[in-house]
Design a protein around this ligand. Structure first.
Ligand SMILES: [Zn+2]
Length: 260
């Protein structure tokens, strides 16, 4: 099961990682906006990042469900979310040195100080107190140039990012299991007796071989051995993909042969 979650997890992680890089570049560019608008937007980066991590998990669950005939439960999609969280965090980390330098290249250091001052402003500090806070922030920023502190900061960021990415990715993927339904299933209704078969749901296909129609009948998936079940899934997926082209099926109830 875990192996099956690898592809949707990595795909969602790569997409999420790229989106998070684009987003962090856009947020820095938002600082170019005049007044408090840009500063406020920049401050929203944390909640936006959290929502993005959750969205990456949802995407992983969607991709996992799309490739599966059976309805996936939260414990099955969660691993895909974990993988997506790890991959997107690692991709996002690569861009951190770049997005950290960006304000400097764009001459936006003063705006970053405004961002750091926003909480103090919101608390309604007086002009004098604000000036003191500003001095402290500038001192702290210069202190950060120290390499050891910067590395320690990045390591902490990586660990925190991974933990948050994994937790939110798994949560999003578990949530996705409640939302997404298998799209590979197909309903077949017998033209004569109106028996409704749902391939992959309550019914399966028995391939009778060259020239003979496939038998479609009700089955209990729980009764199939894991091997037989995965073989059945492959047959159904193939039939759905080719739309049963040129083949016929026989109703398991009234034995009527008909086109797919
Ligand atoms: Zn029938």
């Amino acid at each position: 099961m875990f192996k099956k979650m690898l592809k949707p997890g990595i795909t969602a992680g790569v997409i999420g990682g790229i989106v998070s890089i684009v987003l962090s570049v856009l947020l820095v560019l938002a600082l170019l906006l005049p007044g408090q608008v840009g500063v406020t937007l920049y401050c929203l980066s944390s909640p936006i990042g959290l929502l993005l991590s959750l969205g990456i998990g949802l995407l992983a669950a969607f991709l996992a469900q799309r490739q599966s005939l059976e309805k996936l439960t939260a414990d099955k999609t969660a691993p895909a979310g974990v993988i997506a969280g790890v991959v997107s965090t690692l991709i996002g980390i690569v861009a951190v040195p770049f997005t950290q330098q960006m304000p400097k290249w764009l001459g936006l250091q003063d705006r970053l100080i405004e961002v750091a001052l926003l909480p103090s402003r919101m608390m309604g500090l007086s002009g004098e107190q604000l000036e003191m806070a500003r001095t402290q922030i500038i001192a702290a920023q210069q202190g950060r140039l120290n390499n050891t502190t910067m590395l320690a900061g990045m390591a902490t960021g990586l660990v925190c990012g991974l933990v948050a990415g994994i937790a939110l990715g798994a949560g999003g993927a578990a949530l996705g299991a409640l939302i997404f339904k298998p799209s590979l299933r197909r309903k077949l209704v017998c033209e004569k007796c109106q028996a409704a078969f749902e391939l992959g749901g309550n019914a399966f296909i028995e391939v009778k071989g060259e020239g003979a129609p496939d038998l479609v009948d009700y089955c209990n998936w729980q009764d199939l051995t894991p091997d037989a079940a995965s073989q059945q899934q492959a047959i159904i997926a193939e039939t759905i993909k080719t739309k049963g082209q040129g083949r016929q099926w026989q109703c398991g109830m009234c034995k009527t042969v008909q086109a797919y």
